[in-house]
Design a protein around this ligand. Structure first.
Ligand code: ADP
Length: 349
């Protein structure tokens, strides 16, 4: 059925081999609506135990009304069509399918190409959720800014007692939008592969000291004590700017989600092949179900609480990506009501 091709009289390749091994699934269905040929990709996708589909009725192979109509149209009306089908099995799969008439000289059949778009479709869904989260996150402060500007316009500008308070709210919401845009562009650059890390041997204790002094006023405001327990001389192999950024995110969270008077400790642990830098707090803790999700973009355990303490919901997603860029990872262990231990695990050199 599949003719062999010859180039310069020599059989350099055989169409049947291409047909057999091509990545897209191919089915040829005759006028009796039975499969007259299938390639390996189609057998794998639709066959029982990957056995050949040849001879099976199309309705036994794929139950899909729209696809069947497309086959009938190709065979009876000699017209091509494109359809999208969803196969619900162990793994849900989505295919874009092109069904075209096939002239076999003695009869008309239909040839069908299956393009697996499952991954593309799921990435598209992730992108849509991300976009809708972004617009939601931006809309909240924007609505507040517009409402207070309107209040000022309607006369509150002459109300000496309140106008500064309103301006302060506008400023705070503007800053929140600014932080969000910064974090979104940071995350997109990392995910687009535009961020490279340049690791070097760095002094972890010194880095932790610098970080603690830069966050001291934030810690004091919440009456949190931040301690550096990394022994002097401890070295880690990391990009100094990126490690500073990761630790800042973790320490800021440990301050924000702590109780007044609480403690945060930064320490280092030598593992077999890796070094772990821990940021431990004795704050509110995170339950097991939330621990699995907090590294997702915009995921927060308690939305109202997060709004109150500030933050974009992107910090941990950024830390996760940066740790991976170092060939490491970020881990969490926590007990509700007792506290949380985040650790950045980096390969020793
Ligand atoms: P956010 O900007 O909200 O801090 P993150 O991505 O940094 O965003 O953190 C996601 C969520 O994880 C937070 O909103 C909070 O619910 C939870 N979380 C992070 N760190 C801690 C911590 N040390 N203790 C308790 N909860 C935390």
């Amino acid at each position: 059925m599949i003719n062999e091709a010859k180039i310069d009289e020599e059989p350099r390749f055989r169409l049947s081999d291409i047909f057999r091994t091509i990545r897209e699934g191919i089915l040829i269905v005759g006028t009796d609506m039975c499969v007259s040929a299938s390639n390996e990709a189609a057998d794998e996708a639709f066959g029982r135990d990957s056995s050949s589909l040849k001879g099976m009725r199309l309705s036994e192979v794929i139950r899909d009304f729209v696809l069947h109509k497309a086959f009938k149209k190709a065979i009876k009306k000699k017209k091509s069509s494109e359809v999208r089908i969803e196969i619900l099995g162990k793994d849900r799969k989505i295919f874009d399918v092109v069904v075209s008439p096939l002239d076999l000289s003695d009869e008309y059949a239909a040839i069908c190409l299956f393009y697996d778009v499952t991954r593309v479709e799921s990435l598209e869904r992730v992108r849509q959720v991300f976009l809708s989260n972004i617009s939601h996150e931006l809309r909240t402060p924007l609505t507040s800014i517009l409402a207070f500007v309107e209040t000022l316009e309607q006369g509150a500008i002459d109300d000496d007692e309140n106008k500064h308070r309103f301006l302060e709210i506008i400023k705070k919401n503007g800053e929140r939008m600014n932080l969000l845009v910064d974090d979104i562009s940071e995350l997109s650059s990392i995910e687009a592969g535009q961020v490279r890390v340049s690791p070097a041997m760095i002094d972890a204790a010194k880095l932790a000291d610098e970080l603690i002094s830069s966050l001291s006023s934030q810690a004091q405001k919440r009456k949190i004590t931040v301690t550096n327990a990394i022994p002097e001389g401890t070295k880690v192999y990391a990009d100094v700017v990126r490690l500073h950024q990761m630790l800042t995110n973790l320490v800021v969270n440990a301050i924000k989600f702590n109780n007044p008077g609480g403690n945060v400790t930064i320490s280092a642990e030598s593992l077999n092949e890796d070094v772990a830098i821990h940021v431990v707090d004795d704050g509110e803790g995170i339950s097991r179900e939330h621990q699995q999700r907090i590294f997702e973009r915009f995921y927060r355990v308690d939305k109202a609480r997060s709004r109150e303490v500030g933050g974009t919901g992107l910090g941990l997603a950024i830390v996760k990506h940066l740790a991976r860029l170092h060939g490491g990872e970020v881990r969490v262990s926590s007990q509700l009501g007792k506290g949380t231990d985040f650790s950045i695990v980096l390969p020793k050199r």
